[in-house]
Design a protein around this ligand. Structure first.
Ligand SMILES: Nc1ncnc2c1ncn2[C@@H]1O[C@H](COP(=O)(O)OP(=O)(O)OP(=O)(O)O)[C@@H](O)[C@H]1O
Length: 251
């Protein structure tokens, strides 16, 4: 049984049909990515999962039960403004736990041992604007992961980074994921990133989004830091071809 299951989800916002009969699933410990054209409706799926929006049609279940918005299934890394600029890094890191009701002291005790692995030792007292883009994203990822929720929702976590930092972060994240096997749903525009990190990839059409392809990535991990295999290149080309067929002028 899948951990998360979306069945025939339809969303209309105002007069705009955004999602059209979307069905997808994620198994426990699986890494699944969603790719699709700009404005297709990818983030809208996360808004449904986090309870910010209600679907017009279809069902979402988690472990076979209707998604209970109070069950705190998901740790969510939003696309923008992931860190509070007015809070020091350590306070940003503990924020998610404090919102769950964990005391500041207990939250710090959970965060501090992980700072080294996330490359943040010595930066606890800095404000987000004082860190590099890569460090800010590592902090945002740590704040998400430390919540120890059953599933991570990551919306373009590396999207704002320069190309070199993005590659370094992807490799770093692949290593962390391989060790921890967080159940993960990732939104990305980057097909290379999707192929490098995922077990499975859903491709959405342009709006109103429906699933137009589902591909399995068979390559063993770790994948990054090695030359990509011929099958990975072929998958990337296949995904790009599907996406380019979907995009008009709004890519
Ligand atoms: N309140 C609303 N009324 C009408 N349309 C809306 C509303 N909110 C969002 N939309 C539309 O829904 C579509 C889906 O938005 P969403 O942010 O989910 O796309 P996305 O695939 O995540 O985009 P991107 O890749 O650019 O981040 C967009 O085309 C947007 O214009």
């Amino acid at each position: 049984m899948s951990f998360l299951e979306l069945q025939d989800i339809g969303v209309t916002l105002g007069d705009t049909a955004v999602l059209n009969d979307i069905s997808m699933h994620v198994a426990e410990g699986e890494f699944v990515s969603i790719v699709g054209p700009s404005g297709a409706g990818k983030s809208t799926i996360f808004r449904l999962l986090t309870g910010a929006l209600q679907q017009n049609r279809g069902t979402i279940t988690c472990n076979g039960r209707a998604l209970d918005q109070t069950a705190q299934v998901f740790a969510f890394l939003p696309q923008r403004d992931a860190l509070m600029p007015w809070l020091r890094i350590l306070d940003n890191l503990t924020l998610g736990l404090e919102v769950q009701g964990v005391s500041k002291g207990a939250a710090r005790a959970r965060v501090l041992p992980l700072l080294a692995d996330f490359g943040l030792v010595g930066f606890e007292g800095y404000y987000p604007a004082q860190l590099s883009g890569g460090m800010r994203q590592r902090a945002a990822l740590l704040r998400t992961i430390i919540q120890a929720r059953p599933m991570q929702l990551l919306d373009e976590p590396f999207g704002a980074l320069d190309a070199l930092t993005r590659m370094q972060m992807q490799k770093w994240f692949e290593d962390r994921w391989q060790a921890a096997r967080w159940t993960t749903l990732l939104i990305t525009h980057d097909v290379r990133e999707a192929v490098a990190l995922s077990d499975r990839i859903y491709v959405l059409s342009r709006r109103p989004a429906r699933v137009i392809a589902e591909v399995i990535v068979p390559d063993p991990r770790p994948r990054l830091g090695h030359p990509a295999t011929a099958s990975a290149h072929a998958l990337e080309a296949q995904l790009l071809g599907i996406l380019l067929n979907q995009t008009g002028d709004d890519i």
